[in-house]
Design a protein around this ligand. Structure first.
Ligand code: ADP
Length: 360
């Protein structure tokens, strides 16, 4: 146990750990990077070769447990990656990647699938859908991250009640926060929510790229990206620079919203991002008292539109007080009320998406 609790002593401690069965060192110096010590938290990034993948999760847990045994450490965060070596100076260590890197796109081999959740306009429930889909993927046993790229109105901190700043790892790198088992990052965690931020085109592009490049994402089965509404620089950057598996369009049943949604959908199609489907949010109203179903905005518009546009229809999410309340309480309904019909609606959409990306 180190006498002094600092990055060097924590690194030395990590190097002294032994495999309990073989007695050999558990980690090599080249496995360990970005050792961070802050308040009562200690963490590091572990880069493992392809051959070490099988036991990587148990190794991560063992190292976290070892860190927690240090006096003064109350929280430990160990991030597994095969990407951290992909800096300017070191040759990248490749993990199995389903998508071949396309020209001009960033290589993000540790993110197996990247799903952009988009909408033609604000207020249709895009962020609520994104966070509940992420939770539904988690319930399927997948390793999931959520990236709030809605730079104009980041809402992930409220939706998941995130209050901490993401740990800074040095060398301009940051670790995502972990909440309810989801790896999370939002620009809202870095900027003052009260201060308006004016984004010029190049800044938007830089911010989106940074959230992929400078955040040390662990190996994830799926990263859900909550996009800003509309069709602008953020969508273009994503399409051009990020190896996105596909986009999900969230729309309300009103025609006007669908018109906007259609523009969003066309933009993804034109920029070569596969559209995985449309979700109709606030599809019908469920009375919390009697369960009566009322179709106040009309109903079925998104399903018909999806049919006309030749993209899959992924499902209908009802308008219900519990969905709004659970979001406001910082626990998405899929986690707060997993047995409810509302959680089942999100799980249905996630199930169809998982099928779609397993084929992608
Ligand atoms: P967007 O990301 O499209 O701007 P939000 O996800 O922030 O939209 O949702 C806008 C508001 O609508 C929030 O108050 C949210 O809680 C609420 N909301 C979203 N979807 C539903 C739903 N299905 N039922 C009830 N309230 C919802």
């Amino acid at each position: 146990m180190p006498d002094v609790f600092n990055p060097d002593s924590v690194r030395a401690f990590l190097l002294s750990l032994k495999n309990p069965t073989s007695g050999l060192p558990l980690l090599l110096a080249e496995n360990i990077s970005s050792v961070v010590v802050r308040d009562a938290m200690a963490g590091c990034v572990l880069t493992l070769g392809d051959g070490d993948k099988a036991g990587s999760e148990s190794l991560r847990r063992a190292v976290e447990t070892a860190l927690l045994s240090l006096s003064g450490v109350q929280k430990a965060q160990v991030i597994l990656t095969s990407e951290v070596a992909a800096t300017d100076t070191a040759p990248p260590q490749r993990a199995a990647h389903k998508r071949p890197p396309a020209a001009g796109k960033m290589e993000l081999p540790q993110l197996k699938n990247i799903i952009a959740v988009a909408s033609g306009k604000g207020g249709v429930g895009k962020s609520t859908t994104a966070v509940n889909l992420a939770a539904a993927f988690l319930k399927q046993g997948l390793r999931v991250g959520i990236l709030d790229a809605d730079i104009y109105g980041p809402s992930l901190p409220r939706l998941l009640n995130l209050t901490e700043r993401p740990p800074y790892l040095g060398d301009k790198k940051m670790a995502p926060l972990e909440k309810h088992g989801l790896f999370c990052m939002s620009l809202g965690l870095m900027v003052d929510a009260e201060k308006p931020v004016i984004w010029r085109g190049p800044m938007v592009m830089g911010a989106i790229e940074q959230m992929f490049r400078d955040v040390v994402w662990p190996e994830l089965d799926v990263l859900v990206v909550d996009m800003p509404p509309g069709t602008g620089d953020a969508q273009l950057t994503l399409a051009q620079r990020i190896p996105v598996t596909g986009a999900v369009i969230v729309s309300t049943p009103q025609d006007l919203a669908l018109l906007d949604a259609r523009k969003g959908l066309k933009m993804f199609q034109q920029t070569g991002v596969p559209v995985l489907g449309i979700v109709e949010n606030m599809s019908f109203y469920c009375c919390p008292q009697c369960g009566h179903r009322a179709e106040i905005f009309g109903h079925g518009g998104a399903r018909e539109e999806a049919g006309r546009l030749g993209v899959p229809f992924l499902g209908e999410i009802p308008l219900h007080l519990s969905i709004r309340e659970s979001s406001d309480n910082g626990l998405p309904i899929v986690l707060a009320e997993p047995d409810s019909a509302y959680a089942a609606a999100y799980r249905g959409v996630a199930g169809l998406l998982a099928q779609a990306f397993s084929k992608a």
